[in-house]
Design a protein. Structure first.
Length: 328
C-alpha cells in the first residue's frame, strides 16, 4: 500500500535557456547531480520506541477513531511513518554531511529559499508498540533547474528506508524545492472579476449547503450514538451507523490552529490571508477563513463567531470573525 501526500506546487517546467543554460556552462548542475546516491543519513535511530502515547496524540490530532490503533493488539497509523524518525528540536547526530553540503551549494548559487512540495510513503507492514526504529536515507535525485510560481530552483528528493526491529516497515520519499524567490506581485493584483471556485455539492453534503443558504451552520448527528461529526459524511466514524439528523451550531468557537496563505496566488484570492481550523462550541472542527483582524494577528485560542460572507452574486460562505482583536 502506498500513500501519496501532495503539496500545492508542481514540479514546474525546465528553463532550457537563460540561467538554466548558464548552469550547464559553469558546471553547477553537474556538481548537484554528483550528490545523487550519496547518503543523507546512515544507521539512524528513532529517539523513541513505537509507543501508545504518541499513537494516541496523533489519533486525537487527526480525529482518527479507528479501533485498530487502540488496545492490546494496536498498530500505529501508517501515515505516522515519518513521526518515528524525526529528530525533534535537538536533531539527529547520525545524519550524513552530504545533504547539508548539497543544500549549502544551492544556497551559494542563490537558491536560498526552501519549500516542501510532496512526499510519498509505502507501508510493507504495520508498526507495533515496543518496536525499535532505525533508518537509512539517500539523496535520490536532484532535478535540473525548474521555473515555478514561487521562483526558479531545483527539486531535491530523498528516500528513507525505515526498519522496525531490523525488518523493512516503510519507505518515505520527501521532496523539497530550493529556489530563488520570484519578485512578489503587488497587493491586490489578483485577476479582476475572478470568481471563487464553486463548492462541490453532492448527496452527502447538500444539506450543509442548504443550511448555509439559510444562514444556518448545520452539523450532522449520528442517529445511533448521537456523536456529532463534521465535515458531513454518509456514515458515523464512531459506530458506523448511516442514520443521522442535523443540528444547528451556535456559531461560537475558538481558533484551534491556523495557517497564513502566501502562495500560490489563485485568482479571486488576495494573499496573504488566514485560514483557521475552528473548534466549534459543540466540539467539532471545521476549516474556514478568519476575518476581522490582520492575517498576522490571528492566534490559537482566539474566540470567533460565525458570520456569512457573500463573495459574489451566487455564493455565500461561512467565515469566522475574531472577537478580541486576535492578539491572543
Amino acid at each position: 500500500m502506498s500513500e501519496g501526500l501532495r503539496g500545492g506546487l508542481s514540479d514546474g517546467r525546465s528553463d532550457g535557456l537563460g540561467d538554466g543554460r548558464s548552469e550547464l556552462s559553469d558546471g553547477l548542475y553537474e556538481r548537484l547531480k554528483a550528490y545523487e546516491g550519496q547518503p543523507a543519513a546512515t544507521a539512524g535511530v528513532g529517539k523513541d520506541l513505537v509507543n501508545e502515547p504518541m499513537i494516541r496524540h496523533w489519533c486525537e490530532a487527526m480525529g482518527d477513531t479507528d479501533p485498530a490503533y487502540r488496545g492490546p493488539d494496536a498498530v500505529a497509523p501508517p501515515t505516522m511513518l515519518q513521526a518515528w524518525t524525526m529528530g525533534g528540536l535537538s536533531g539527529h547526530t547520525d545524519r550524513s554531511g552530504a545533504y547539508d553540503e548539497l543544500l549549502t551549494l544551492l544556497d551559494e548559487a542563490g537558491y536560498t529559499s526552501v519549500v516542501a512540495t510532496d512526499c510519498e510513503q509505502e507501508y510493507p507492514r504495520p508498526l507495533r508498540p515496543g518496536e525499535a526504529i532505525t533508518f537509512d536515507a539517500v539523496i535520490e535525485s536532484v532535478s535540473e533547474r525548474k521555473t515555478t510560481k514561487l521562483g526558479a530552483g531545483h527539486f531535491v528528493t530523498t528516500r528513507m528506508d525505515i526498519q522496525a526491529d531490523g525488518e523493512l516497515a516503510g519507505t518515505h520519499r520527501f521532496r523539497i524545492l530550493k529556489y530563488a524567490p520570484a519578485a512578489p506581485k503587488p497587493k491586490g493584483s489578483g485577476a479582476p472579476g475572478a470568481r471563487r471556485p464553486r463548492p462541490v455539492i453532492n448527496r452527502d453534503n447538500a444539506g450543509f449547503w442548504e443550511g448555509v443558504a439559510a444562514h444556518r451552520l448545520l452539523v450532522q448527528r449520528c442517529g445511533a450514538c448521537a456523536t456529532l461529526r463534521f465535515p458531513w459524511l454518509p456514515g458515523c466514524n464512531a459506530c458506523g451507523s448511516q442514520e443521522w439528523d442535523a443540528v444547528e451550531a451556535s456559531g461560537t468557537g475558538t481558533v484551534f490552529s491556523y495557517v497564513v496563505m502566501h502562495h500560490p496566488p489563485f485568482p479571486a484570492f488576495d494573499p496573504p490571508y488566514a485560514v483557521g481550523l475552528i473548534e466549534l462550541a459543540e466540539g467539532v472542527r471545521m476549516i474556514s477563513n478568519v476575518v476581522g483582524v490582520p492575517y498576522d494577528k490571528v492566534r490559537i485560542g482566539v474566540p470567533v463567531r460565525l458570520e456569512f460572507l457573500r463573495v459574489d452574486e451566487e455564493l455565500e460562505l461561512p467565515v469566522f470573525r475574531a472577537q478580541d482583536g486576535g492578539e491572543g
